[in-house]
Write a protein that binds this ligand. Sequence first.
Ligand SMILES: Nc1ncnc2c1ncn2[C@@H]1O[C@H](COP(=O)(O)OP(=O)(O)OP(=O)(O)O)[C@@H](O)[C@H]1O
Ligand SMILES: [Mg+2]
Length: 235
Amino acid sequence: MFSLESQPQAYTEKHEKMLEKHSSIVVEMVKNLSSKKFEQLGKGNVGEVMSAGKSHKVCLKFVSPETVSEDVLANSLKREADLQDKIHSLNIEGVKVPKPYWTMSMESEEGKIIQVFAMETINGASIHDVFNNEGVDLPDNFNLQEFISKLSNFVREINERNIYHKDLHYGNVMVDFETGDPVVIDFGKATETFASENPYRDQVLPNGEVRYQRDETWVREIGENLGAYLTNKKK
Ligand SMILES: Nc1ncnc2c1ncn2[C@@H]1O[C@H](COP(=O)(O)OP(=O)(O)OP(=O)(O)O)[C@@H](O)[C@H]1O
Ligand SMILES: [Mg+2]
């Protein structure tokens, strides 16, 4: 029913075993993606993130490239996972990046490609969900100044290594419920580009629409809006 489009790849030997174990879950999930059978952790413009089991330790991001418009899809899920692996390994102080476990790509009988990426589940919420979802809030130990300074440092560190996230919107920055620290997710539009080559060169489209906002601009905006959110809450 599903055949492998390319060899699955695990990031460590330990995760190879995990990949074997997960293969049947993945097929089951693909068949039931829109049903309520599996818990959805979130959905963006590109993919859908599902919990891989009751323990909530592993989650799976699914992308069907054909169903995503070209202006939204930048990296293949494999490329996204490779960049996430690289940034995760930098171990930048104060900011978490979900640990990548494995990726695979499948083709259905009808020839539909489905890419899957397994990673660590974050116990937290995106800033978007904090702002928009009732019952989702910042943890008690949340410190705005520390949060923004950590996020700002993270952006500086990756940019210094010629990596640009390029899509640090409110849905791609999460707050860890335990530590109150930022978590950066979704490297689907990230690039490795020398600053001299202008990593944001696609910033303004011919129709004038702004597509890529600078990483540090996102951080400043997130800081301002979190500040306003906290002030409103006190009232
Ligand atoms: N590792 C994770 N742990 C917990 N929740 C996650 C994780 N990864 C993603 N999510 C949730 O799923 C949502 C969608 O994931 P993601 O941002 O990767 O999808 P996307 O379609 O690429 O997004 P975009 O619209 O930014 O392109 C996130 O906003 C977040 O709420
Ligand atoms: Mg996203």
